[in-house]
Design a protein around this ligand. Structure first.
Ligand code: AGP
Length: 367
């Protein structure tokens, strides 16, 4: 292709290093840094009067949507339904006209997501799409497009498009919350400041390369890996598990950390590494006690945390990666970066075809 790897071994590695840049570029389009306010393009409908949102997407874009759901429910107090596009379409959910259909796609060409868009359109909902390719089929069929400014993504495994999607969903949440009167000017300034802080915090993640590679040595030897997280860290765990499966062919499963005791805890022994995302948020204590339960059953804990959580994590973890502490709101965006890096480093150790994993296409244009 015409786009080079700029000295990186793979497109995926190059694109991982673009996280800080694309988060910054995406924010530049949606945030006024002087007033610390979100400025979305003109919408053909009023965010204040939308009765509910239905989010649908596939794969990584779906996990971005799951984090978007946490934000829209918690901060904008908007009822949200979410499902993968291939299921949403056949569920035929009852929807009030004037609801918001929120579609998320890097390519804008994914057949399942496009079919879901068309079936939502029949229910007279407003179609808002979060897209990276702005001249795509989905773009043409949407009422409004919010662009992720991630640039071309070549690697089949999505990286930078995911954090750019989260950045857009964060801004959409703030705008919706303001419209619905659930966020005042001070609250908006606080959340926007946390977003504006992200590009430089994201750049600091790359100083943790050594620790990520250490973890990769353990994961590369495993046949099965369990990813855990709670709240907005649960979709981060799902993203980590998907990335590992896609490019390393190691079986991985993500579980909500608190749900583990209802089943998968029976799997745990020394041979199943546990990769947990546990930054210091209000769910930190609960997550840690779930990790304790796993450790007590012989589990080897590999934990992504932050500077505020590090001391307590180090008391139980076999290894950890310590990121800068950021506002809870943006923590899932930052914590995504090292879980993607981990999958990449494992793939390098295994010598797989990182950018072109078997059986997969960059854009899945069949249902
Ligand atoms: C992510 O690493 C995957 N390759 C895949 O799950 C992807 O996110 C999914 O197919 C959706 O693609 P889209 O964003 O182009 O719609």
């Amino acid at each position: 292709g015409s786009i080079g790897k700029d000295g990186y071994r793979h497109y995926m590695e190059k694109e991982l290093h673009e996280h800080p840049l694309v988060i910054g570029q995406t924010l530049q389009r949606m945030v006024d840094p002087a007033s610390r306010r979100v400025m979305l393009p003109e919408m053909p409908f009023d965010l204040a009067s939308v009765p509910r949102a239905v989010i649908t997407a596939c794969g990584s874009a779906f996990y971005a949507g799951m984090i978007g759901r946490y934000w829209l429910e918690d901060i904008a107090r908007l009822p949200v339904d979410i499902d993968v596009a291939s299921e949403m379409r056949y569920r035929n959910p009852p929807l009030t006209a004037g609801s918001l259909g929120l579609l998320i796609s890097q390519s804008g060409e994914t057949a399942d997501t496009l079919a879901a868009l068309r079936s939502l359109r029949e229910k007279a909902v407003h179609i808002l799409s979060v897209l990276n390719v702005e001249h795509s089929t989905m773009a043409r069929e949407s009422d409004v497009v919010l662009g992720t400014v991630a640039g071309p993504e070549i690697s089949v495994a999505s990286t930078k498009a995911f954090t750019a999607q989260l950045t857009v969903l964060a801004c959409l949440t703030i705008a919706t919350a303001r419209a619905r009167g659930t966020l005042d000017a001070l609250g908006e300034e606080e959340l926007v400041s946390a977003l504006l802080d992200l590009p430089s915090r994201a750049a600091e993640v790359f100083t943790q390369g050594e620790a990520v590679r250490r973890m990769a040595q353990v994961v590369a030897e495993a046949r099965d890996v369990l990813y855990l997280g709670r709240g907005s860290m649960f979709p981060v765990a799902m993203e980590g598990a998907l990335k590992l499966k896609e490019i390393t062919y190691i079986h991985a499963e993500a579980y909500a950390a608190g749900e583990m005791k209802h089943g998968p805890i029976s799997l745990i022994d020394r041979t199943v590494p546990i990769v947990a995302s546990a930054p210091y948020t209000p769910l930190f204590d609960k997550t840690l006690s779930n990790l304790q339960e796993a450790k007590a059953r012989g589990g080897r804990l590999l934990v992504f945390t932050d500077t505020k959580g590090a001391e307590r994590v180090s008391a139980i973890a076999e290894d950890m990666v310590v990121l800068p502490h950021v506002h809870d709101f943006v923590a899932p965006i930052l914590q995504t970066i090292p879980v993607q890096m981990l999958a990449y480093e494992v793939a390098v150790l295994k010598g797989t075809d990182v950018d072109q994993p078997r059986n997969l296409a960059k854009s899945v244009t069949v249902e």
